[in-house]
Design a protein around this ligand. Sequence first.
Ligand code: ARG
Length: 587
Amino acid sequence: MNVKPVTPLAEAVETAMVDALRRALPETGRTEPLVRRSDRADYQANGALPLAKQHGRNPRELGEVVAAAIDAPDLIAAAEVSGPGFINIDLTSEAIWRQVAARLDVDRLGIGLPLAGKRIIVDYSGPNVAKEMHVGHLRTTIIGDALARLAEALGATVIRQNHLGDWGTQFGMLIQYLNEHPEAEWHHADDADPTANVAALDRLYREARTVFDSDPDFKDRARARVVALQSGDEDTRKVWRDLVEVSAEAFDAIYERLGVSLTAADLAGESTYNHLLDDVVAELVDAGIAVESEGALCVFFDDITGPDDNPVPLLLRKADGGYGYAATDLAAIRYRIRDLKADQILYVVDARQALHFKQVFATARRAGWLTDEVEAVHVPFGTVLGPDGKPFKTRSGGTVRLMSLLDEAIAKASDVIAKKNADADPDDLAALAAATGIGAVKYADLSNNRIKDYAFDTDRMVSLTGDTGVYLQYAHTRLSSILRKAGAMTASVDPTAPMSKEERALALHLDAYSATLTEAVGEREPHRLCGYLYALARTFTSFYEANPVLKAQTDQARENRLCLVRLAKDTLAHGLGLLGIASPGSM
Ligand code: ARG
């Protein structure tokens, strides 16, 4: 296996430009060549401009000196000063063809492993036990999974943590209610659909809440049940374990349907930290970080304020002695740093929890757990809105079940695919509909700027045209079909071949893949990868319209173009894979 990374051409150009700048201005220190892709040439380097200012030189004149000082004949064919002093750079066709060959020649398309040796925790999904997963859990699950896959692809050791809401006083209430209503049907009502059990539980949970709020006697019995649960009463624990197990089965069914990489091994729910809470809180009290306030235990901050600029404390323990969500997250962060040895912890959680994480991180920093060597980051995201751009509700005003949304997307995708494949085998069609419907949902979510709200419009997301997952999957099938028609021949690149404008654009875009991945991971923004892949599909289309592949005029052109097609197909499939989206070979 050849895993040696291929240096992107943009980086090679940077190196050549650093040399040129140094030759042109020997007295200067570190230089930034500022190389980027350009419409006018292959690349543009803007680095001479700030240097001219700094050294009191005429920028165009300095640009000429720098351009003349470039010494990379195998790489750079032409360098020309333009505008106020930019340098337009064109590469030799040979360097670009060689790059295509180099990427095809190595594993993993030659992308590097910049995150090798890093331990990155991704905290995502985190649904709540005894409740159905609803549309609110979609984004954390999809974005978190893409970030986990991306970091892994760049060499990180990724530890997925599914912080289930599986602990707290609400379970006392629910268990008490179930005890008092043995006739309530919820358990394994339908083996075929594990989400049905949770749907039933969700209903009972709401019933329990109503009784809890209206019947003080039940409230007392529910409180006693909480104590029983927390002190480890075996009968109570048994019901609790059952609730967790049945819920986890339902979550698994959704993860499987969604093609999300979370498994049972990644479950680390709130209950996991229960045995650490006393110790964690004691440590904070001893350090003077947590203080008593009106019977409760809190952390106060000078510089963190909530809505209306009011100072808000972080509540660790309520006056009744119960620990809450915050104490658990503090135990979790200490554990993740001390025991899991995290270098980075990403919390892929709704933007509405921003204040909570600010406070948790600040507390962990004060406690000395979170040091400068560790990066804890809240990766927030916006809300999923209904197709009309308003809050997403069912017709009767309820929350929208995630499973029914996925079913709807798959049904719509199935219509689109069936129209194209009138005589397809029904089983194939069903598999394809699942791949495209789920791909459509994921792509619609990931391609939107993470922090923005977006409207969940199934009709639009399954469209074969435009910036959709289905369009990208279709582009992949077109690439696959060209290669299939070309037969088993293994084409190889002739670097001396001439190069058309479209071949050049496609090859240079393909070469920017690894930089895009680094950027997407660094900014925790999968939509950058989506934008890249969409541009790839379009660049390929322009290429294909102007450059026949199978009917190319010469064997040399045909072979080189087949190599480009293969690299484009592999890159598209790889990128879709990192987004958790399937790449069918035909559709
Ligand atoms: N269960 C929580 C919710 O539904 C999400 C958990 C996020 N992770 C965390 N470490 N707090 O809002």
